[in-house]
Write a protein that binds this ligand. Structure first.
Ligand code: C2E
Ligand code: CA
Ligand code: CA
Ligand code: CA
Length: 285
């Protein structure tokens, strides 16, 4: 909205109004989507590099475009991505209902795969920082695990590094409680926070997920190569597993393998797809 020079006040006001209107329309659309359960989950495999076995599936939320209401400028053909709608849902508190649905749906699907004899390892969900700050997540998780009958070792929780730092002093205790539930804990988008690494040895996490920004220019970018190599050695030194996200090319995979990275995730293996398309990637018990 600061695209024009100083004497173009009317343009500025207009742009600002448009922005505010768009935001309001997005909120309305999301509120309806929550009321009418217009979300779905897609799943993306995480693959063990030593044998390409699928060892986990990340659940990623999608706004169901088929059922999307027309809300002015946002209506019709426009599809909102989680990067666009999750922040709005965090600001407005809608994230609590969304998150509850995501956890329940992922656990229910995990239970269904178990019942079908499919070996998916773990189903991973993302938790928002604002969810953590608000509290009550551990209790809700425990309750959903019981209700859906998914054994906790089949659930993985991804929390961003930034998210943990924002939740302040409570972070360690929060993770301890999750750990006591028996779920698997991963630090997401590792390397993007500017926090101290000292927390890694205190937190009861099992895995680090290296952010895509460090992976995308491998293997040609030497700086990224050095950083990724260091992250992997450090993680292994702390007896943590390492996942690299955003792996798209065979030469990225080869490079990561040569550094001893444990797991990879990205378009090279599969895009996030509906649950129905996941079964063919899994082996039977
Ligand atoms: P994230 O947790 O870092 O998820 C990885 C994102 O990278 C996903 O985008 C995924 O589709 C995308 N991706 C995976 N492989 C590749 C690849 O090889 N190349 C590229 N360019 N991208 C790849 P998506 O699904 O649009 O989600 C974006 C973000 O929205 C997620 O980032 C996460 O922070 C958030 N999000 C998604 N679902 C949920 C949810 O259920 N709850 C919460 N709290 N956040 C969610
Ligand atoms: Ca994630
Ligand atoms: Ca990530
Ligand atoms: Ca990321």
């Amino acid at each position: 909205s600061k695209r024009r020079g100083r004497n173009n006040f009317s343009f500025y006001t207009q742009a600002f109004t448009t922005e505010a209107t768009l935001r309001l329309q997005m909120e309305t659309l999301l509120r309806r989507a929550v009321e009418h359960s217009e979300f779905t989950l897609h799943y993306q495999p995480m693959v063990r590099l030593s044998d390409r076995k699928v060892i986990a599936l990340e659940a990623l939320v999608r706004l169901n475009t088929a059922g999307q209401h027309t809300a002015g400028t946002l209506g019709g053909s426009v599809t909102l991505s989680p990067n666009q709608f999750i922040p709005v849902m965090e600001d407005t508190g809608m994230i609590t209902s969304l998150s509850e649905w995501v956890i329940e749906e992922a656990c229910r699907q995990g239970r269904a795969w178990l019942d079908a004899g499919l070996d998916f390892g773990r189903v991973a969900i993302n938790l928002s920082p604002s969810e953590i700050r608000r509290g009550g997540v551990v209790e809700r998780l425990a309750e959903i695990l019981v209700r859906t009958g998914l054994p906790p070792q089949h659930l993985e929780i991804e929390i961003t590094e930034g998210g943990l730092m924002e939740s302040g002093m409570g972070a360690e205790q929060f993770l301890q409680h999750l750990h006591q539930l028996g779920v698997f804990l991963t630090i997401d988008d590792f390397g993007t926070g500017y926090s101290s690494l000292a927390y890694l040895k205190r937190f009861p996490v099992q895995q680090l997920k290296i952010d895509r920004s460090f992976v995308q220019d491998l293997p040609s970018n030497d700086n990224d190569g050095q950083l990724v190599s260091t992250m992997i050695s450090m993680a292994h030194g702390l007896r943590l597993h390492v996942v690299a996200e955003g792996v798209e090319m065979p030469d990225q995979e080869a490079f990561l393998s040569s550094l001893g990275c444990d797991v990879a995730q990205g378009y090279l293996y599969s895009r996030p797809v509906p649950a129905a398309q996941i079964s063919q990637m899994l082996t039977r018990h």
